[in-house]
Design a protein around this ligand. Structure first.
Ligand code: SF4
Ligand code: SF4
Length: 372
């Protein structure tokens, strides 16, 4: 996902040296991989640090006095999600299409403890302008509140596409533009769900402050083993935005470095534990097209047809710079495949990538307000 490079609101001194694996070789490290110990395989998690590559849990996570610290690249109110996003460095995947590669694949940022996250949460809670119920602790539902056009603030009148639900005093500025501030804190960027303690403890700290500040985890799903899901459930985490990167295992492996067999079981595992769930997939021409997106939609619909699903348009980045973006027709065919699969809440995202003319926009809006 695209995330801004704006500086952190709270800098923490980088006085602590980043801890490198005690083991001399990576081979030794895998013996201690948390996923391996649960019968899963390690992620494709080697992150650049000082000219070498180390497992993400060794250079972007550290423990000090029994407290977990995570390397955070940025943290601020994000658009178009209209929630507070914590952008983490280091990831258990190495996706060829990663839009956050400069911090997900390179160790960078500042160390945050769960208590430091609670400080951010406390400040953010005072700025919240929209209280959402828990079932709307999603990115999907941001779009039926505000399109971030800023029309009402700048001209005093709503734009023709304004959902008409908010008052101007609920629209505030953030590093990524204008919009509301919803009562949601999200972990995004690099994903280390395979090491759950930092997130679980941060969730507990936030919930101790405000029970109705919802905690959302944007995830590739790889670290969400049954044990980790149980830990997150017990801690009070609310919601997952699951990025299913491909339906075909061979494509998933080439794209991310890892298999997807467990990930395809996650919609059921997540819903069974009463988390809020939304799913996204990226339309990548030649890699993940309408057929696989239709398969993913069928899988989601078999669990619950009301699970929101976003199909995002790919744009060239990182190791897929030579792959084109999808066209409007390709995105429309993916949308139809999702509706045909039985899903009730489907939207197309990153519309500026595939909407080039007014006519294109008319075609898109003819699908209805929920579809974009
Ligand atoms: S980052 Fe996750 S997958 Fe990689 S070695 Fe550490 S625990 Fe295992
Ligand atoms: S899971 Fe997300 S952050 Fe991690 S490498 Fe893939 S796209 Fe990047």
């Amino acid at each position: 996902m695209n995330r801004s490079k704006k500086p952190l609101p709270h800098k923490i001194a980088l006085k602590d040296k980043i801890y490198i694996s005690e083991s001399k070789s990576l081979k030794n490290h895998w013996v201690h991989c948390r996923l391996l110990r649960q019968g899963f395989k390690p992620g494709s998690c080697l992150v650049h640090y000082r000219g070498k590559r180390y497992p993400a849990c060794k250079v972007t996570l550290k423990w000090k006095d029994n407290v977990p610290f995570r390397l955070i690249e940025a943290a601020h109110l994000s658009r178009p999600e209209h929630y507070f996003s914590i952008y983490q460095s280091g990831c258990n995947f190495n996706c060829k299409k990663c839009h956050s590669w400069y911090f997900s694949q390179y160790a960078m940022g500042n160390w945050y403890s769960p208590k430091d996250i609670a400080v951010l949460a406390k400040e953010y809670a005072d700025r919240v302008t929209v209280m959402e119920p828990r079932n709307r602790a999603t990115s999907f539902h941001a779009h039926d509140l505000c399109r971030s056009c800023g029309h009402c603030i700048l001209t005093g009148e709503r734009s023709p596409y304004c959902p008409g639900k908010l008052e101007p005093h609920q629209i505030i500025s953030s590093p990524q533009g204008l919009g509301p501030a919803r009562n949601i804190m999200a972990f995004t960027g690099g994903d280390l769900a395979c090491q759950p303690e930092f997130y679980a403890e941060a969730t507990r700290e936030i919930k101790a402050l405000r029970k109705n500040l919802w905690i959302l985890f944007e995830t590739n799903g790889y670290g969400l083993t049954p044990q980790v899901l149980d830990i997150f459930q017990e801690a009070g985490m609310d919601s997952f935005w699951l990025d299913i990167k491909a339906y075909h295992d061979e494509v998933h492996k080439r794209l991310t470095g890892c298999h997807n067999d467990w990930i395809l079981r996650l919609p059921e595992e997540i819903k069974r534990r009463d988390f809020v769930l939304e799913v996204l997939s990226l339309f990548i021409p030649g890699w993940v097209e309408e057929d696989q997106i239709g398969d993913i939609a069928r899988l989601i619909a078999s669990v619950d047809p009301k699970i929101p699903f976003t199909v995002l348009a790919f744009f060239p980045e990182y190791q897929l710079r030579n792959v084109p973006s999808p066209t409007l027709n390709q995105m429309l065919s993916a949308y139809e495949a999702c509706i045909k699969a039985g899903l009730k809440s489907v939207r197309l995202g990153n519309i500026s990538i595939f909407i080039k003319t007014e006519k294109d926009f008319e075609i898109l809006t003819s699908l209805g307000n929920q579809a974009w």
